[in-house]
Design a protein around this ligand. Structure first.
Ligand SMILES: NC(=O)c1ccc[n+]([C@@H]2O[C@H](COP(=O)([O-])OP(=O)(O)OC[C@H]3O[C@@H](n4cnc5c(N)ncnc54)[C@H](O)[C@@H]3O)[C@@H](O)[C@H]2O)c1
Length: 317
């Protein structure tokens, strides 16, 4: 799977960064995995803990520290560094803090790893993709965010449970903002080639009623809140989702994934980063596919773009 000299760097050794590194080591996605964090004690301990499992990983090395030189030679850089929401802090306060981190980090990272593809996970990931693009001189295809890859996996799992099939047999997608205005593209959702609205269970019932679809979509959109309430963060599912993006880049697999990149006259939308199905290759986003949506989905798509445009404007982007 991995190319012989491939290098993944993960910025931020918190719950998400370490889950990305762990998934990549287990899957052998990169030959070298490096982790960088401002917190020296934490990053050194995380690197040691991961390295202690080396015997059981495919041949990969893991290094890291609090000196940015650890990212040199990276093919992919995944950014998970960021402030966490503190009690009483609004979403906007958090977005402002993480925008400042991104503006500071990106030029330093690009100086050290000029040829890498940058994958932004830190939230608000769509808006931070625009912020990152503004402070460095990289082609737009090389800066993307994990967008709704995780949300799509959450939706497919819920659909698969109701249908009694494997998640890998479900073809359905969440697009738009990675956040409250995201939505499911039901009009083209299928299970094993059967349109979801025609799906019949073994007793002859059709479980995907409008009410059921609304419920599944709402559960997906609000999934993170439930996890955060129970354990303080989401990390395992984003870890494997992000590793899938890393593998698509390093293996140049041309996999279609709903990552978020800046749109340029896409259905009349420009200057906003949001998720649409994209062909992912060694250079990041090879192209954003023009997928079909019905009228109500198209209206949601534009509404999501407007939400993102408003949040970017509130951050002065
Ligand atoms: N896009 C998604 O699907 C998705 C999913 C889950 C979490 N997230 C986001 O990922 C981010 C990280 O979450 P977490 O739970 O790992 O947080 P965390 O607090 O556990 O870890 C963040 C780490 O970033 C480090 N850090 C902060 N500023 C830094 C800087 N300037 N340089 C280097 N390191 C720095 C901190 O020391 C800390 O170790 C959050 O913004 C969260 O909202 C995104």
């Amino acid at each position: 799977m991995e190319s012989q000299h491939s290098k993944l760097s993960v910025i931020g050794a918190g719950s998400v960064g370490t889950a990305v590194a762990y998934a990549s080591l287990i899957n052998g996605s990169a030959r070298n995995v490096a982790i960088y964090d401002l917190n020296t004690t934490k990053v050194e301990a995380e690197v040691l803990d991961l390295a202690h499992g080396s015997q059981f990983f495919s041949p990969s090395s893991v290094t890291g520290g609090s000196n940015l030189s650890v990212v040199e030679g990276s093919d992919v850089v995944v950014i998970t560094a960021g402030a966490r929401q503190k009690p009483g802090q609004t979403r906007l306060d958090l977005a402002e803090a993480n925008t400042a981190i991104m503006r500071d980090l990106m030029p330093k990272l690009v100086k050290r790893a000029p040829d890498a593809v940058y994958v932004i996970v830190t939230n608000p990931c769509d808006v931070l993709t625009v912020a990152a693009q503004q402070v460095v001189d990289l082609p737009p295809n090389r800066i993307l965010s994990s967008g709704t890859v995780l949300d799509t996996s959450r939706l497919r799992w819920k659909i698969a449970q109701l249908a009694g099939v494997s998640s890998s047999s479900v073809h359905a997608m969440i697009v738009g903002e990675h956040g409250d205005s995201e939505f499911a593209v039901w009009s083209t959702a299928k299970i094993g080639g059967v349109p979801i609205t025609d799906w019949t269970d073994v007793d002859g019932n059709q479980p995907f009623t409008p009410g059921a679809r609304e419920y599944l979509e709402s559960e997906t959109v609000h999934a993170a809140y439930k996890v955060i309430e129970g354990k303080g963060a989401t990390n395992y599912a984003i870890g494997v989702s992000c590793d899938r993006i890393v593998r698509a880049i390093l293996a140049d697999s041309h996999e279609v994934l709903p990552v978020s990149g800046i749109l340029n006259d896409y259905r009349g939308i420009s200057g906003v980063a949001m998720s649409v199905p994209c062909v992912v290759d060694k250079n990041g986003i090879q192209r954003q596919l023009d997928f079909s949506m019905d009228d109500s989905e198209l209206a949601k798509f534009h509404a999501s773009a407007e939400e993102l445009r408003a949040s970017a404007a509130s951050l002065g982007l």
